[in-house]
Structures are given as structure tokens and as C-alpha cells.
Design a protein around this ligand. Sequence first.
Ligand code: NAD
Length: 311
Amino acid sequence: MDTILVTGALGQIGSELTPTLRNRYDKVEVVASDLDPDPGVSPPYEPVDVTDRSQIESVVEEYDVDTVFHLAALLSAAGEQNPGRAFEVNVEGLHNVLEVGREYGLNRIVVPSSIAVYGPATPDNPSERTIRTPTTMYGITKVLAENLGTYYHQQYDLDVRGIRLPGIVSHETRPDGGTTDYAVDAFYEAVDEGEYTYFVREDTRLPMVYMSDAIDALIDLAGADESDLRFQCEYNISALSFTASELSDRIEERIGRFDARYEPDERQSIADSWPSTLDDTAARTDWGWSAEYDLDRVVDEMVQNLQRGAE
Ligand code: NAD
């Protein structure tokens, strides 16, 4: 890797992945990009709308990019509000990146997928090839994205890789537009207000991962030997699995009084369609995945960081 382009770099993952890549690889140039023409972040930054192939091409050409972390996407709840745009960004945007990858002979493209590829027909603890019948536009676009990545690998020998990420818990950039956002919102509201109204039921259990583990997973997968990989874009990773009420209990143990209420909205049916745990044997075997953070450690770090930020 000499030059990395991160698309969607201003989002929840990109805002932490970009500085981590810059710190870890000081000889590699990491170009951040997103829709905002002038976000005031550390350079190099270039505005790139991934639905416009020429914008991707000009940055790849200008910086001689060889690796892409393609994070630009509309997430599950945002995708249900605007399914057409979700298709454009998540499928056509990826198709543009893959076409540019083919045209310019890029070395590697990393594309996060999501547990949203699964659906109500999926049994709990699915492995990579367990049935995927998503009910959301987001999930449908992610199945297409996984299959597109695999196709470009088979047909054009383009090295496309990805992980089905679960919900991500983090304290740098507050998430928006996802179904697992409550697992982050609860911390912010608990620390700021001492209360939070979840948009899911208290018994909702979903798989989650702490941001630093998710970033390590993306970087480790990007660096794995191609010959060790059995899958392209479909690797499950498993780290945490907790209910909304278990999370509330842990937060309350740390901060004292926490008034949690549960008023499920339309995102409940999305949450109900996803598995609560994942079988990640392949990621452990093929590229050495394992999570560092358990729920206690996540709650400690989240509360400490948000309390420090609130001071
Ligand atoms: P995010 O919504 O926080 O960030 C996405 C970024 O993409 C935003 O900054 C947005 O401005 C940008 N974007 C939207 N349309 C664009 C376009 N046309 N061109 C360029 N940029 C555009 O999302 P995130 O949480 O950082 O997710 C990154 C990737 O990880 C996505 O592929 C997502 O599906 C996947 N993922 C995230 C989670 C999670 O919990 N955060 C879970 C599973 C998978």
C-alpha cells in the first residue's frame, strides 16, 4: 500500500479509520473523501460523490491511489427512508469504485458489508453462507455489494474484501441512520441527561462490536494473505451480543441513576429481522480475528470518554 483512498470518510467508521491508518502507516498517504466540499478535516481531503464515477477517477489518478476503503453508504434506517438513493449509493457507488479499480489496476478494495444481509429466514448464529433474505433495501444492497465484489474478484482478478459488520459502538462520531444507533445514543444521553428512550424493545438483542475492534478487523483483513481467504466480502465477525436492558443495567452501574424507557418505532422490525449472534469461525481461522473488548470494557471506555468530553 502506498496511497489509500477512504470514501465516506466523515462517517462513524471513516472518522476513526482514517486517523488510525495515518498513524499506523506513516509512509502511506491516506486521502479522505466524502460529500462535504469543505469539512475542515486534516488533509489530504477531496470531495467525492461515489455515484459520479468521474470524481472517483480523478482522485485515483491525481493521488495514484492503489487501495480503497470504500465506506460511503446509506445505512438501514436512512435506506428505508430513501430506498432509491440507498440503491444508487450502495450499489451503483460500489459498482463505480469496482470499475475504477479494474480500469486503474488497484491492488485492493475493502468494502464493509453488514449483518443486514440476513433476514427473518436466517437461523440464529449464521455462518457466511447461511440463507440471506433481507427485508430492507439496505440489506438487499449489501447482498448485491457482496456478490458484486465476489464477481469482480472472479472475473477480473480484482482483490475485493469485506466484513459483515455488526452494530458499532463508538464515542468519536455519533451515528445516524442505522438500526443499532441506540447502543451509542444510550451512552450519550445517559451521560448528558441521565435518561434515554430506546427506539427498540428492552429484550432486543443484536450483535455489536467496539470501534477499535472493528477498525482492527478491517485493517487486519486488508493485510491478510489472499491465499488464506475463503471468502471475499462475506466474513462474519462476532464480538458482543447484549439486549437493550442489559446495556441499560451496565450503564447504570457506572453512572448511578439512569432512567431508560423503551418506545419501539419502525426500526424494531428491522432489528427483529437480524440474527442476535454470528458464527465467526472463518474469520478466526483465515485471518486471525478476535475481539479485544467485552461489554464491561466497552461500557467503561464509553462512559469515561463521554464524561471527559462533557467536562
Ligand atoms: P455513516 O453513515 O456514519 O457514514 C457514511 C458516510 O458516507 C457519510 O459520511 C456520508 O456523508 C457518506 N456518503 C453518503 N453518500 C455518499 C456518496 N454518494 N458519496 C460519498 N459519500 C457518501 O456510516 P458508517 O457507519 O461509517 O458505515 C461505513 C460502512 O460500514 C458502510 O458500508 C456501512 O454499511 C458499514 N456498516 C456500518 C455499521 C455501523 O454500525 N456503523 C454496521 C455495519 C456495516
